[in-house]
Design a protein around this ligand. Structure first.
Ligand SMILES: *Cc1c(COP(=O)(O)O)cnc(C)c1O
Length: 360
């Protein structure tokens, strides 16, 4: 079976974890601080605050910017549920703007249509490892005085016009095992704003910077030194992982381009796509997925139901018409692209997709 995702963990990660376990200091400690420094440097930000999930990173980033009740945050409906849920946790309202049909990222023009006096922030998602149009989004944010929180949970190392995802506004990354790098569970907030960094670190630890002095309401959302040690080893390998993803993606695009019935993944000019997913539009999507499964190839639908159509959001009264997201949800299919694939694996994926459309 060729899986849709697989983390690559080696001796470096095992040794790093063993070192932490042997030290006896296994909660948040020096490794977390080391990881924060390394990750902030990687993204070109001045600060980072490590936490225990990408969801926590999004939630904390919103709270650090004082977003809450009565506020609206404009985001994409075509993403993992955590994006919008993090907004709900704060008491604010997620407002959905439709996506671009080629990149599946939030459409800046549609963002503008949703801005009103309650709008406080924009939360673009860098879906599948390709940055949203941050040039246009930062211009809108400046014009309307809005905060930008980037959901960079799929975009470790991605770039937009030479600048890293997560360094435009306040960034939020996930280190879940399927992501481009992992810490097992984990996440991080990136920023060059000292106050946001400090607040984020307080919110993750019960609102305190000095032990047993609590200046605000916080949570326990800390990362452990065990996770940070894995993260440090993975960060060393991240550029190599991304290069493998890009190579696999290039092979897929070349191999799939002549098949009528599918639209291969596209990379926008001037962007560095890190292919968290390699996602095509496919005619007979579900049949293709079943066919590939029979041939031993795992695929994924990211995502089958846009957030405004999720049962819980319908209950909240969402009735948006977001046709580009709705159509994408019916047509997209992610093919294996991760760095654990061999060249033969990628060739097999191409061969079987061709086979499906030849016999369809
Ligand atoms: C993975 C992911 C998250 C959530 O990260 P967790 O670490 O699983 O909490 C949020 N947004 C997007 C787009 C993601 O892919």
């Amino acid at each position: 079976m060729i899986p849709i995702a697989r983390p690559l963990l080696g001796k470096e990660e095992i040794d790093a974890v063993t070192e932490v376990l042997s030290s006896g200091m296994i909660a948040q400690g020096p490794k977390v601080e080391e990881f924060e420094l390394a990750f902030s440097e990687y993204t070109g930000c001045e600060y980072a605050a490590a936490v225990n999930s990408g969801t926590a990173a999004l939630h904390i980033a919103l709270l650090a910017h004082d977003i809450g009740k009565e506020d609206e945050v404009i985001t994409s409906p075509f993403t993992f549920i955590a994006t919008a849920n993090s907004i709900l946790y704060t008491g604010a309202k997620p407002v959905f703007a439709d996506i671009e049909p080629d990149t599946y990222n939030i459409d800046p023009e549609k963002i503008k249509e949703k801005i009103n006096s309650k709008t406080k922030a924009i939360m673009p998602v860098h879906l599948y490892g390709q940055s949203a149009d941050m040039k246009a989004i930062m211009e809108i944010a400046e014009d309307y005085k809005l905060v930008v929180i980037e959901d960079a949970c799929q975009a470790h190392g991605a770039e937009c016009l030479g600048k890293k995802a997560g360094s435009f506004g306040t960034g939020a990354f996930s280190f879940y095992p399927t992501k481009n790098m992992t810490t097992s569970e984990g996440g991080i907030i990136t920023t060059s704003d000292r106050e946001i960094a400090e607040k984020s670190k307080m919110i993750r630890a019960h609102g305190s910077r000095v032990r047993y002095l609590h200046e605000m309401l916080g949570f326990n959302l800390r990362m452990t030194d065990i996770a940070a040690a894995i993260g440090l080893a993975q960060l060393e390998k991240l550029d190599g992982f991304n290069a493998s993803r890009q190579k696999n993606a290039a092979m897929l695009s070349e191999g799939l381009k002549s098949i009528s019935g599918i639209v291969p993944a596209t990379t926008r000019k001037g962007y560095t796509h890190v292919f968290h997913q390699y996602t095509i539009r496919a005619q007979n999507r579900d049949k293709l997925a079943d066919f590939l499964k029979e041939k031993g190839i795992g695929t994924g639908v990211h995502y089958p139901i846009p957030i405004h159509k999720q049962p819980y959001y319908m209950e909240l009264g969402y009735k948006d018409s977001l046709p580009i997201s709705d159509k994408a949800a019916e047509e997209v299919l992610s093919l294996p692209v991760h760095p654990a694939l061999s060249r033969d694996d990628v060739l097999k994926v191409i061969k079987e997709v061709k086979e499906f459309y030849a016999s369809a």
